[in-house]
Ligand binder design. Structure first.
Ligand code: GLU
Length: 508
């Protein structure tokens, strides 16, 4: 193991919104770095210009910021190994690719796309429907392994379009130790001769990831399990270019599975199954397709991060609620599961409701207010008090609107049918008198209101319980909400009386 300072990287390609699996990769990188006094680097892997999506990079920065997982080095924050955007590092990569060719580990390939297409259709069989450019077929193609040296020199000097491909050894076992999976082996006959440098001089991900991990002195590389099949190519490149010296330790994180455990949770599943899979709202600029985010659904970043940490990890004690600081202390790679982690939206919401209860209102009042603003509900200076009263009833930050809008405006609808069946003349009289008594109440305080109400109920010989529900429906619009006298006290004398009057009108 290297004794260098721990340096980890999150290396996304800016191709769209960040899926929760991506944010979990960020989180595990971050936790490991902070736990070891190391650096967390954000590197943008944008070498595939055809997949570049405008706005995706800002989205990544904003997501990390929202989650409180800010990198130490990035295209935004700068750092000693800048630039942190691979497209800006383009000139660095060619010399490494050329060196691989000189050393016999890579070769020039001049095949046109038509020739590649022809190869695929000629060698296609039922058993092998998509033949790959590999140790067998490279012998049949136009490359520096099959053409004469003179011919290669001529093509290069004429500027013939070409790529550089890795020359996978025919019969070798590539083995490395994954921090989560232990020893992992691949047989090179199963791996194709991946392109390392494209015709436009841009490296592919495979070459760039290895060179940048080397140049940026990355010690540990955490990434999703979907990258495991690429690992042998990366290990071979490390061997050919740097003699495996200071190769990062790999950790391939388990997949996040659909709630029923059937396969990987994909970007499309969220909207199909009714829950978000992206961290924040994302609008694809290519087709204007919108995808909902956890943030806009009303998740707190503390809950989102906590929930992600538990997707594939636990500390063994049964504790489920963790602050980020606690996660930094408790996280250990040895307790990350190998198997996929099922995503459970109900559980995610449970984390959120717990965090709503735990955090001070001040930490989320502004976000909650945006939900009121969006509905055109104007709040006033009792806002914090109201949020405190109803927070135990809210699972999502957006729930505050339904739970509290009646504090700031008359209920839009009154569920009068909840009251009607048991309504009678006696009750009608009680409320008419209550209005008069409330009008004269000098102190508009919870305890005084409750006392007055109960005394009057006793005088009318009606059980207070039979009157509280109607009063609640009159003030709130339905059978929900915090204590009814808390509500009356907060909305004030005028609104309380007006709402009772309005409801009596509906009932008579
Ligand atoms: N650019 C790759 C991605 O988009 C990074 C994989 C890795 O971390 O090596 O996920």
């Amino acid at each position: 193991m290297s004794t260098n300072k721990v340096r980890v990287r999150f290396a996304p390609s800016p191709t769209g919104g960040l899926h929760l699996g991506g944010v979990r990769t960020v989180l595990f990188n971050y936790l490991f770095a902070k736990q070891n006094g190391g650096d967390f680097i954000l590197r943008i892997e944008d070498t595939d210009q055809t997949r570049f999506v405008p706005g995706a990079e800002e989205y990544i920065f904003n997501t990390l910021k929202w989650c409180g997982l800010e990198p130490d080095e990035s295209p935004l924050h700068g750092g000693p190994y800048a630039p942190y955007r691979q497209s800006e590092r383009k000139p660095m990569y060619r010399e490494y690719a050329e060196k691989l060719v000189q050393d016999g580990y890579a070769y020039y390939a001049f095949d046109t796309s038509e020739e590649l297409e022809e190869m695929r259709s000629t060698y296609k069989t039922e058993a092998n429907p998509s033949p790959q450019y590999n140790h067998v077929l490279r012998e049949k193609m136009r490359n520096s392994l099959t053409l004469s040296e003179d011919e290669v020199r001529r093509l290069l000097s004429e500027g013939a379009p070409h790529v550089i491909r890795i020359k996978l050894p025919m019969n070798e076992e590539v083995t490395f130790t994954d921090l989560i999976r232990g020893e992992v082996s691949f047989h090179t006959s199963q791996v194709d001769d991946k392109v390392l440098l494209k015709a436009d001089g841009m490296p592919t991900y495979h070459l760039a990831v290895v060179i940048d991990d080397y140049l940026m002195k990355i010690t540990h590389a955490f990434r999703g399990e979907e990258w495991l099949p690429s690992a042998p190519v990366h290990v071979l490149l490390w061997k050919y270019l740097f003699g495996l010296e200071n190769m990062p330790q790999w950790a391939h994180l388990p997949l996040i599975l659909k709630p029923d455990g059937n396969g990987k949770l994909s970007k499309r599943d969220g909207d199909r199954l009714g829950f978000p899979v992206f961290a924040m709202d994302w609008t694809d600029p290519r087709n204007n397709e919108q995808t909902t985010g956890f943030r806009e659904r009303g998740f707190l970043p503390e809950a989102f991060v906590n929930m992600l940490a538990m997707l594939g990890w636990n500390d063994g004690s049964g504790q489920e609620i963790f602050t980020l600081d606690e996660l930094v202390k408790s996280f250990s790679l040895s307790r990350v599961h190998k198997g996929g982690a099922k995503f459970d939206y109900e559980k995610a919401k449970w984390f959120n409701s717990e965090w709503i209860k735990r955090l001070p209102i001040a930490s989320y009042r502004d976000t909650v207010k945006t939900f009121f603003d969006a509905k055109g509900i104007v709040v006033d200076d009792k806002f914090d008090h109201v949020l405190e009263l109803v927070k135990d009833r809210c699972t999502l930050l957006s729930d505050f609107v339904a739970q509290a809008s009646f504090f700031f405006q008359n209920p839009v609808e009154i569920d009068i049918n909840a009251v009607k069946p048991k309504w009678d003349e006696k009750k009608q009289q009680f409320f008419a008198e209550l209005i008069r008594a409330f009008e004269l109440t000098p102190q508009w305080q919870h305890d005084d209101l409750e006392k007055e109400f109960k005394e009057m109920a006793a005088a009318h010989q009606i059980k207070p319980g039979d009157l509280m529900m109607p009063l609640r429906v009159m003030l709130v619009g339905g059978k929900f909400g915090p204590g009814v006298f808390d509500i009356a006290a907060l909305i004030g004398k005028e609104a309380t009386i007006a709402r009772i009057k309005h409801a009596l009108g509906l009932l008579s």
